[in-house]
Design a protein around this ligand. Structure first.
Ligand code: PLP
Length: 365
């Protein structure tokens, strides 16, 4: 072994050495339908005005530590209930990590639980924080298996249950009464994070239930709404809980350019809302056209993506890749997703390009 190998073996955690990094493929030259981004840009006039605001951003100073103006914008424009504050993150990825780190420690191993398949960062963040991750399989129709969830909660007493609402990668909304039962089962022994990353498309929320459940944390992001590039997530909960999470948040975690861009764009949030509405229209068209294809089983989606089962996911993805269309093969994510693929709902043109490429791929398979 070389000295660098020895060094790595001596200092890097074994469980980190055993895993691979989160891979993001290079999408240049491809129709990019793998990451649930909003395909629309801001209108030119807004981009020009944004350019001027960014030119005036104070880059030689750290961001204002309180983020008071940005928080006011988020609270005022993104539906935070009266009396609640928000905590901001460098994407909700960072907030997930902060939640995991806040509950886990070396002396008392904490458990973090989520239904699976779920957003991969729940398990990864649990691992990085040194917590145990328990995944409870969803039912065949991707609804919560409440018997199994409640048994697992009683057995493992998780510090946190993460529920993506709607769920990624399946796209469905869990039943309200199931989430309520989980909040009740967790009670004062555990948190429930309702991750509403896809709320702009689902238009369903637990924000208005914060007063009913002290253990409820509602997390969101501006990524899917159309600002994935600026990396801004936010979460809200009882003020006493937020105060604890604040201690773990790195100071200045949201940079000045993000701050300026978000403050400006949220003044024009109706532009993003209109884009989300047209993506929802396209979701309906795409789902109907996909359902008409022989051999394709489409799963209902309340998000800006559609997951489906095809006869041979690897062959379909390879053919789409050749046709310069990038989607996600879900097959290896979980046993219940064999031969499943996920596609982001995009512009009418890109959706049609995907449909045509998919039809050709299915015909050749
Ligand atoms: C359920 C869910 N939560 C959170 C995220 C991360 O969002 P962000 O871009 O804010 O880090 C994603 C991204 O795909 C997601 O699917």
């Amino acid at each position: 072994m070389s000295s660098i190998d020895n060094l790595i073996a001596n200092v890097i955690r074994e469980d980190i050495r055993a895993i691979g990094a989160y891979v993001v493929p290079d999408a240049s030259g491809y129709i990019k339908l793998d990451a649930m981004e909003n395909p629309y840009e801001l209108p030119r006039e807004l981009r020009e005005e944004l350019g001027q605001r960014l030119a005036e951003a104070v880059l030689n100073r750290y961001p204002t530590g309180s983020y008071a103006t940005l928080k006011e914008q988020v609270i005022g424009k993104l539906g935070i209930p009266a009396g609640y504050d928000v905590m901001l993150g460098n994407g909700s990825d960072e907030l997930i990590q902060i939640v995991a780190t806040t509950v886990a420690n070396q002396k008392r191993r904490a458990t973090i639980l989520a239904p699976v398949p779920a957003f991969v960062m729940y398990a990864r963040s649990a691992q990085f924080a040194g917590a145990d991750f328990v995944g409870v399989p969803l039912q065949k129709d991707f609804s919560l298996d409440m018997d199994a969830m409640l048994k697992a909660i009683a057995l493992h007493q998780p510090a946190v249950v993460f529920l993506a609402y709607p769920n990624n990668p399946t796209g469905n909304l869990f039943a309200t009464e199931d989430i309520e039962a989980i909040l009740q089962a967790q009670g004062e022994h555990g948190l429930v994070v309702v991750d509403e990353a896809y709320q702009p498309f689902a238009r369903e929320t637990f924000m208005d239930r914060l007063g009913d459940f002290e253990n409820l944390v509602v997390m969101r992001t501006v990524s899917k709404l159309g600002l994935a590039g600026i990396r801004l997530g936010y979460m809200t909960a009882a003020p006493q809980l937020l105060a604890e999470f604040e201690k773990v948040r790195p100071p200045y975690n949201v940079n000045v350019l993000t701050q300026v861009a978000a403050e400006f764009v949220l003044d024009h949030v109706e532009v993003l809302d209109a884009q989300a509405a047209s993506i929802n229209d396209e979701r309906a068209r795409l789902a109907a056209e996909l359902a008409a294809l022989p051999g394709v089983e489409v799963f209902p989606s309340a998000a800006n993506f559609i997951s489906m089962r095809v006869p041979d996911a690897a062959a379909v993805c390879a053919k789409l890749f050749e046709a310069k269309v990038l989607i996600r093969n879900l097959s290896k994510m979980h046993g219940s997703l064999a031969n499943c693929i996920r596609v982001t709902v995009s512009t009418p043109e890109e959706n049609s390009a995907f449909l045509n490429a998919l039809k050709a791929a299915l015909a050749q398979a």
